[in-house]
Design a protein around this ligand. Structure first.
Ligand SMILES: [Zn+2]
Length: 488
C-alpha cells in the first residue's frame, strides 16, 4: 500500500515536471544560473562557461536555428587580458540564434533581443551570484524565445536572440555582435534592439521600464495599452539618459539602431553578494516574459508598425546634430568695475531667460543666444565708488537684451564637455538717459551636457563704458552666471 502511494506520487510529480509552467521554468533557470557553483559567471571563467552551456542547451532543445550557421560566436575583448586578468580560462562568446520572418520583404528586417549572462564573479572572497543582474534577463530571454518560436508563423520580420558575454567589463559581447553584424551587412537591417537587463524586481519598483521609446515613432500608446492587457504597469522613458549606467543597447544605438532598455530598475543589491535567487519576483518575471514576447510578436508582424524616429539618446550620439535649439534659464552676479581705479564694485544679482541656438561642425560649435536679462546692481557714485563713507550703497535695476555669440570647442565628439569664448552685445532697455544703450563686451564660457540638459558657466566683461557723459568715471560692468539650457 505504502509503495503504491509512493508510485502514484512519483507519477504525479513526473507529470508536473512535464507540464511545468513558465514561472516554474524561470525559477529553475534562475536558481541554476545564480547558484554558487557558477561562481558569479565572470566572463571567461569556468562558471561563465557553465552558464553558456546551460543556455545553449535550452535554446537548442527548443529548436532555434543558429545565426549565420553558428550558435557560439567567440570574440576577443580589447585589452581583455588587462580587464579580465587571471580569471580568464575560456574564450569569450555570445550565443546567437535566429527565428526567420515569413514576409518576403520584411524578413530582411531584424528585431534583436539580447540579455547578458555574465556577471562579476568572486570579489573579496565572496561569490556575486547576480540573480537580478542578469540571471533574470537571461532566464527571461529563454522563455521569451520559446514563446516567439511557438508563434513563428506570425513573424514577418526576423527575430535574433542573443545571450551576451562580457557585458560587465564594458559591453564587449554586444560590441562584438554589432561589429560582426556590420561586417556581414546586417546591422543596417536592425529595426529595433531590446536589452533585457535586471528584470527580477517588478513588485518592488511597481513597473517595468522601457527606456528609449522615443527612438521609435508613435509606439508609446501601444506600449502602455499592451501593459494593461497583460496586467503589467509600463513606465516608458523617451531616452536612456543616465550617464552612470549602460547596457547592451549602447553599441546598437551608437550604430544608429532604435533601442529599448527593458528593466525593473536598480532595486536589487546591485553588484553585491546579496543579489540572490530567493529575492527574485518570479510572478513578475513571468508577466515580463509574456509582455516582451507579445510586444516582439506584434512589432515583428508590423502591428503596430515599426519605424525609427531617427532620434537617439544624447549619450548615444557619436556626433553632434548640425543644428540645435534650446530654452535657457540662469542666474548669476553682476557689478561694476572701474578700470584704472582702485575701487571695485560691489556685486548684485542677475537673472536671465531666453533661447540658445547652435550650429555644429565636427567638434566646433557656433553658439548664439538671445537672453532677456535683469540685474539689480549697486549704483555707482560719481567718484567711481559704490558706497558712501559709511559703506551704505543704493541699488538700481537694469533690464537688457543680451546677445552673446561664442565659438565652442567640444572636448568629446558627443559634446559632453565644451569650452569657448566670444563677443557679446547688450541693448540696455532702461536708464538710457544717463547710460549708453548699446554695450559691447567679450566673455568666456565652459559647460557640460547631462542628457537633454546643458549646464554652462559664462564670465562677461563689458568693454563699453556705462556713462554717456564722459566726464564721469569709466564705469563698466562685469557679470558671471550659470545657465541651464534644455535642448529641444
Ligand atoms: Zn547587467
Amino acid at each position: 500500500m505504502k509503495y503504491k502511494v509512493l508510485f502514484f506520487l512519483l507519477l504525479f510529480f513526473g507529470s508536473l515536471q512535464a507540464q511545468q509552467t513558465q514561472t516554474e521554468r524561470l525559477r529553475n533557470h534562475l536558481y541554476l544560473l545564480a547558484s554558487d557553483s557558477l561562481e558569479g559567471r565572470m566572463a571567461g571563467s569556468n562558471g561563465g562557461l557553465k552558464a553558456r552551456q546551460y543556455l545553449l542547451k535550452q535554446y537548442q532543445a527548443m529548436g532555434l536555428e543558429p545565426y549565420r550557421d553558428k550558435y557560439i560566436h567567440t570574440f576577443k575583448a580589447s585589452n581583455q587580458a588587462m580587464i579580465l586578468g587571471a580569471g580568464i580560462n575560456n574564450e569569450l562568446a555570445n550565443i546567437v540564434m535566429v527565428i526567420p520572418g515569413n514576409d518576403p520583404e520584411l524578413k530582411e528586417e531584424y528585431i534583436v533581443l539580447g540579455a547578458h549572462y555574465d556577471h562579476v564573479g568572486v570579489k573579496n572572497g565572496k561569490i556575486h551570484n547576480g540573480a537580478d543582474d542578469n540571471a533574470s534577463g537571461s532566464s527571461a530571454l529563454v522563455e521569451i524565445a520559446r514563446q516567439i518560436y511557438a508563434h513563428r508563423d506570425q513573424l514577418k520580420r526576423t527575430v535574433i536572440i542573443a545571450a551576451f558575454d562580457a557585458e560587465e567589463e564594458g559591453l564587449f559581447g554586444s560590441k562584438a555582435l554589432v561589429n560582426y553584424m556590420d561586417a556581414n551587412g546586417d546591422i543596417k537591417k536592425v529595426k529595433l534592439m531590446m536589452s533585457i537587463d535586471m528584470v527580477g524586481w517588478l513588485s518592488t519598483g511597481g513597473a517595468l521600464s522601457l527606456e528609449g521609446s522615443s527612438t521609435l515613432k508613435d509606439v508609446d500608446n501601444f506600449l502602455h495599452q499592451l501593459g494593461e492587457k497583460k496586467g503589467i504597469t509600463i513606465r516608458t522613458k523617451s531616452f536612456e539618459n543616465s550617464i552612470m549606467t549602460a547596457t547592451d543597447t549602447e553599441p546598437f544605438a551608437k550604430a544608429g539602431c532604435p533601442t529599448l532598455a527593458v528593466t525593473t530598475g536598480l532595486k536589487s543589491p546591485y553588484h553585491k553578494p546579496e543579489d540572490d535567487a530567493d529575492l527574485i519576483d518570479y510572478d513578475g518575471l513571468n508577466l515580463i516574459c509574456n509582455y516582451i514576447a507579445e510586444l516582439t510578436l506584434g512589432l515583428a508582424a508590423d502591428n503596430p508598425p515599426l519605424v525609427s524616429s531617427q532620434r537617439l539618446a544624447a549619450k548615444h550620439q557619436n556626433h553632434l546634430r548640425p543644428f540645435e535649439i534650446g530654452l535657457s534659464l540662469g542666474f548669476g552676479r553682476a557689478g561694476f568695475r572701474y578700470p584704472g581705479s582702485a575701487f571695485y564694485g560691489k556685486t548684485g544679482l542677475e537673472g536671465h531667460i531666453g533661447i540658445t541656438t547652435r550650429l555644429n561642425y565636427k567638434r566646433w560649435s557656433l553658439q548664439a543666444e538671445a537672453l532677456y536679462n535683469i540685474e539689480r546692481m549697486p549704483k555707482p557714485n560719481l567718484d567711481g565708488t559704490v558706497s558712501d563713507v559709511f559703506g551704505n550703497y543704493s541699488k538700481e535695476t537694469h533690464s537688457s537684451l543680451f546677445v552673446p555669440v561664442s565659438l565652442l570647442w567640444n572636448v568629446t565628439a558627443s559634446g559632453l564637455f565644451y569650452l569657448g569664448a566670444g563677443a557679446n552685445y547688450r541693448l540696455l532697455l532702461n536708464h538710457t538717459d544717463i547710460y549708453h544703450s548699446n554695450l559691447w563686451g567679450f566673455h568666456y564660457t565652459f559647460g557640460f551636457k547631462l542628457g537633454q540638459l546643458k549646464i554652462s558657466v559664462m564670465k562677461i566683461f563689458q568693454l563699453t563704458p556705462y556713462y554717456i557723459d564722459n566726464t564721469k568715471p569709466k564705469t563698466k560692468s562685469l557679470q558671471g552666471g550659470i545657465t541651464l539650457t534644455y535642448m529641444l
